[in-house]
Structures are given as structure tokens and as C-alpha cells.
Ligand binder design. Structure first.
Ligand code: DAH
Length: 347
């Protein structure tokens, strides 16, 4: 009978040496350690062993079972490799069934990293550029009342800018207390001056809404950056110097700035701001209109309780999409809002 144990040991060793993958390892397990395997049969044979040999046979069979189990575990660990082997041995992973192996040398899937949207990047850059010139950041609500969007900005009730076709008025609210999605970030100038004593130096970035037809340069929602500087003896020269600094920081030291006479109800005098930039770095220098600016109208100071005899100031409002499109050579505003990662991940 002990020969039978030795024979089984020799056979198992040979079989295990031939195991090279999970499939053959599983066959080995079934053959020797399975519920109808060779070791079960060997144990069942204990009955037939003469009484005086029973103890020795039982010990030998148990020792064989343990050594085969150990050799099997070692083999599985060496096939699985590292971490998987540990969990496989504790029976917590699917690998412990011996059907799959983890090949840690196989190339992995690169993680998909997110990134900041081009508009957010531009806003961060603007905060940085104006921050270095001493401007704080202010915010205001996107649903505004008529007072902040028009009245305090010196836009009279018969002004075409208040036309329902040019604004998103919202339902609700009391009579005479009309609200709308703000059509300009100039609203934030009023909100800041209402609660701060001069001098004031702030920029404010945010979404604005106008019912425009969607095309390559228009969206019903876009972003503006608003600037406001109030102090004693502020002049148009301060405005232009600030805008030149901004243009250089944003578009490089060769960019130039010019102001064309214009009209806005809340500034006097008013100007359109144009920046001369090298379009897409091609040597094709062009003047681009990027927003409006001017000296704060005394009527606006009066509306917020500042003394126009004492305080002076400049303001500007620029389109952020326009800035980003000029800077990065983006030809269609819609691409910014289609959320196609193939486009967005280029920036
Ligand atoms: N709010 C104006 C617009 O949306 C832009 C603007 C012009 C803002 C002149 C200003 C300014 O602060 O001084 O068209």
C-alpha cells in the first residue's frame, strides 16, 4: 500500500511540472485535489488497508495531500504573479478559480485626464493678468433686475437695448420689478459701487444672455469680462495704459491697441477697443474689435451715490469668447459649446 502513495506522488510531481497555464493547472487540480480526484480515491482506500497498517497509511496519505496542495498553491502563485497571487491564495479573487490570469506586463489603458475648458482657461488668465495690475475679482447674479441691468447704467426706458426682442425677460416678480437674464456684465459695476466706497478697482467675468441667432460668431449665451476703476483724477490715459498692458500680456509684446470713438449710455466719452494682433502667428497683423470702454458717466456715479465732482473712473467690457477665439485661432464659436473632446483637448 505505501507504494501506492509513492506512485501517486511521482505521478503528481510529473503532472505539475508539465503545467504551464491556468487551463492545465485546473486540470491538475481536478485530477488530484477535486471531489472525485486521486486523493479522494486514496483516502477511500483506507478502508481496505489492514488494521495494523491503517495509521501509517493514513499519515502518509495526509502528508501527500498536503504536499500536493502546497505544490499546487505555489504553482498557481507563480503563474498569477505578484498581487493577484496573494488575493488568489486567500480565495478572494476570480483568479482563485484558476480561469484567468493577470499579466502585469501587458500594456495598460492610459487614464483619460480631464482638462479645463478653453473659456475657463481664458478667464483664469484674465484674472491673473488684471490681478497683477491690482484688480480684485467681483461677481454678480445672472438673473438681474432692470435697475442694475439698465436704469443705474443710464439706459432710459425707451432705449432700444431694453427691447424684449434683445433680452431674455423672465416671468414672475412683482409689477414694476421686471427681471431678465443679464445682457451685460456692466451690471456688476453697479453692484460693486453700491456696496463699496471708492476707490474701486475690480474685474468681473461671467455669462451674459442675448437672443441672437446662432452662427459662427453668435451664441445666445456668451461671456464678458468687465473692468471698473474709480479713483480721483483717473483719465483716459490710465484707461489706455491698462488696455495696452492687458493686450501685451494676452497677445504678446508686439500687440497694439487703439480706441475708436463710440457711444455707450454709461460712459462719456466712449470708445470701441481694437487690438492689433498677429492672426494665428502667421505674420498677418490685423485690427480686431474686442469690446467697449470709456470714462464712467457722471450719471452712473450719481445712481450709486458717488460724488461725480470728486470721483472719476474708467470701465471696459470685453467678449471672452472673442478673446479666446482670436488668441487660439478658433474659427467658430459653436465649437466652444459642442463639448466634442477631440476639439477641446487641443487646448
Ligand atoms: N456692456 C457693453 C456691452 O455689452 C460693453 C461695455 C462698453 C462695457 C463700455 C463697459 C464700457 O464697461 O465702459 O456691449
Amino acid at each position: 500500500m505505501p507504494e501506492r502513495i509513492d506512485q501517486l506522488r511521482t505521478e503528481a510531481e510529473a503532472d505539475l511540472a508539465a503545467v504551464t497555464d491556468a487551463g492545465s493547472l485546473e486540470q491538475f487540480r481536478i485530477k488530484y485535489l477535486g471531489s472525485k480526484g486521486a486523493l479522494k480515491t486514496l483516502m477511500a482506500a483506507l478502508k481496505e488497508v489492514p488494521k495494523e497498517q491503517k495509521a501509517a497509511f493514513g499519515q502518509g496519505a495526509n502528508a501527500l495531500k498536503q504536499s500536493i496542495q502546497q505544490a499546487f498553491d505555489d504553482k498557481r502563485a507563480s503563474l498569477d504573479g505578484g498581487g493577484a497571487a496573494a488575493s488568489a491564495a486567500s480565495g478572494t479573487s476570480p483568479q482563485s478559480k484558476g480561469t484567468t490570469n493577470l499579466d502585469i506586463t501587458e500594456p495598460g489603458l492610459p487614464p483619460r485626464l480631464g482638462r479645463t475648458h478653453i473659456i475657463t482657461q481664458t478667464i483664469d488668465e484674465l484674472i491673473d493678468v488684471f490681478g497683477r495690475m491690482g484688480f480684485d475679482v467681483a461677481t454678480g447674479p445672472e438673473v438681474e433686475d432692470e435697475h442694475h441691468n439698465f436704469v443705474a447704467l443710464n439706459i432710459p426706458s425707451d432705449h432700444p437695448a431694453r427691447d424684449p426682442h434683445d433680452n431674455f425677460y423672465v416671468k414672475g416678480g412683482k409689477q414694476g420689478d421686471l427681471h431678465l437674464l443679464r445682457s451685460q456684465t456692466s451690471t456688476i459695476q453697479i453692484r460693486v459701487m453700491e456696496k463699496t466706497k471708492p476707490p474701486v478697482r475690480v474685474v468681473a467675468m461671467g455669462r451674459v444672455y442675448r437672443p441672437d441667432e446662432i452662427d459662427a460668431t453668435h451664441m445666445p449665451m456668451f461671456h464678458q469680462v468687465e473692468g471698473l476703476y474709480v479713483d480721483r483724477n483717473v483719465s483716459m490715459a490710465d484707461l489706455k495704459t491698462t488696455l495696452i498692458q492687458f493686450a501685451h500680456a494676452m497677445f504678446g509684446p508686439e500687440a497694439d491697441v487703439r480706441l475708436r470713438p463710440s457711444f455707450f449710455p454709461f460712459t462719456e466719452p466712449s470708445a470701441e477697443l481694437e487690438v492689433k494682433i498677429d492672426l494665428h502667428g502667421t505674420g498677418d497683423w490685423q485690427w480686431m474689435e474686442i469690446g467697449g470702454c470709456g470714462m464712467v458717466d457722471p450719471a452712473v456715479f450719481e445712481a450709486v451715490g458717488y460724488d461725480p465732482e470728486e470721483w472719476t473712473g474708467f470701465a471696459f467690457g470685453l467678449g471672452i469668447e472673442r478673446l479666446a477665439m482670436r488668441k487660439y485661432g478658433i474659427g467658430d464659436i459653436r465649437w466652444l459649446y459642442e463639448n466634442d473632446v477631440r476639439f477641446l483637448r487641443q487646448f
